[in-house]
Design a protein around this ligand. Structure first.
Ligand code: UD1
Length: 373
């Protein structure tokens, strides 16, 4: 099979490239090598067996050329980062929504050989994960505001009775309630490709990825995920800086488990037309992440609990993974400790820069970080 991976030089895309090539597929990458991640250079890790096209997903003629002879597309090209999307609104909308629209437009209007698309949705699209209220049953808490946190504490409350609630896993049928520009743009990507797929008879699959970690995640990009940020802090002998009280949870998944699953999805039609959560199904607190990483790295640094609230952050979101396991036999093969071991081993030889102060000052400039409470 010949597969086009947009954003194939990135963290997940480059691992997917390796996996598909190892399985005997041909891969073409379309990637613009954005400055913030790649500083305009082809990364050393890029698989030489992949065909590389440098360019932008918004360039219609180039997208059309890149689809020549292609059987399937993984559309991973995106501007990534929740916080940054809240002030670089036009940029996120342009790359993520317009870029996807260009791809869909070519698929709908031009001659091509594409039979399947896979697009990663995002766990951020759910917003605050669902919860169980003793009085009201299964409910969807609203995204917390800084005022909610000051008044009611860190945990979200029941939107009906304001009582305390217990977080439960999000399933694919749950409403997408998030309000960040990034997650809205991911929602549009999902919907546009699914819709155009149905119109044109192209099988489309949405995979809602939760917090993916692993080698090649930039250790110098201040807008990357929390594991990379903590490792770059610890490598400089600084304490990981934990927002809120550290009790917020996320569902972390090893990048190898993600790309194995994406590759399986190209090789079977069992999940065509579906939306699947791809995650571990296990909640892990951010404090726990900081402690585990420090222990594995043998850095004697207690996490610094800042009690600051980052605007737009959800408190809890864990995946219900039963649908993925029923439809394609999905399961996680790499537990968190093993994944962290491997990530840290890789990080020892990776370039890293502690950019946390830069992130904080940028968040402050845009009024997106509340004072410590
Ligand atoms: C992340 C990704 C998002 C992706 C989603 C699902 C980023 C910035 N966000 O969202 O693109 O769609 O996973 O894969 O890449 N935290 C700290 N200290 C820090 C940094 C973060 O305590 O220095 C906390 C945050 O407040 C949050 C948690 O860690 O509670 C996770 O943050 P982050 O890694 O940015 O991920 P998400 O916002 O969950």
């Amino acid at each position: 099979m010949k597969i086009l991976i947009t954003g194939g030089a990135g963290f997940i895309g480059s691992h997917l490239t390796d996996e598909l090539i190892a399985r005997g597929h041909a891969v073409r990458i379309l990637d613009s090598l954005i400055e913030q991640v790649h500083r305009g250079r082809i990364p050393d890790y890029l698989n030489p067996a992949a065909e590389f096209v440098r360019g932008d997903i918004r360039d219609r003629a180039l997208v059309q050329q890149s689809l020549a002879g292609v059987d399937a597309v993984a559309h991973l090209a995106a501007a990534v980062g929740v916080a940054q999307s809240q002030y670089q609104i036009a940029h996120y909308a342009d790359v993520n929504m317009h870029g996807t629209a260009v791809l869909a437009d070519v698929l709908a209007n031009e001659r091509h050989t594409v039979r399947k698309t896979i697009v990663p949705g995002s766990m951020t699209a759910y917003g605050e994960g669902p919860a169980e209220c003793e009085r009201c049953g299964r409910i969807r808490p609203r995204i917390r505001t800084a005022e909610d946190v000051t008044r009611l504490g860190w945990e979200p409350r029941c939107p009906h009775c304001a009582g305390q609630v217990r977080s439960v896993p999000a399933n694919e049928q749950d409403l997408l309630l998030s309000e960040s520009v990034y997650s809205i743009s991911k929602r549009v990507q999902e919907q546009v490709l699914s819709h155009v797929g149905r119109l044109c008879g192209i099988a489309s699959i949405v995979v809602r990825l939760f917090n993916v970690y692993g080698p090649r995640q930039s250790l110098s990009n201040p807008y990357t995920g929390v594991t990379a940020i903590f490792i770059s802090r610890l490598k400089c002998d600084n304490a990981p800086t934990v927002f809120e009280d550290g009790g917020q949870t996320r569902d972390f998944i090893w990048v190898g488990d993600v790309v194995r699953t994406l590759s399986d999805l190209f090789e079977t039609d069992r999940a065509d037309g579906e939306t699947l959560n791809i995650a571990s199904g296990v909640p892990t607190s951010v404090s726990d992440v900081a402690n585990r990483l420090a222990r594995i790295m043998r850095v004697n640094r207690e996490p610094q609990i800042t009690r600051q609230f980052r605007f737009g952050d959800v408190r809890h979101c864990t995946a219900d993974i039963r649908r993925a396991s029923a439809s394609i036999g999905f399961s996680v093969k790499t537990p968190l400790d093993e994944g962290f071991d491997r990530l840290i081993h890789w990080s020892e030889s990776a370039d890293s820069r502690d950019t946390f102060d830069q992130t904080v000052s940028e968040l402050r400039n845009f009024n997106m970080l509340s004072r410590a409470s």
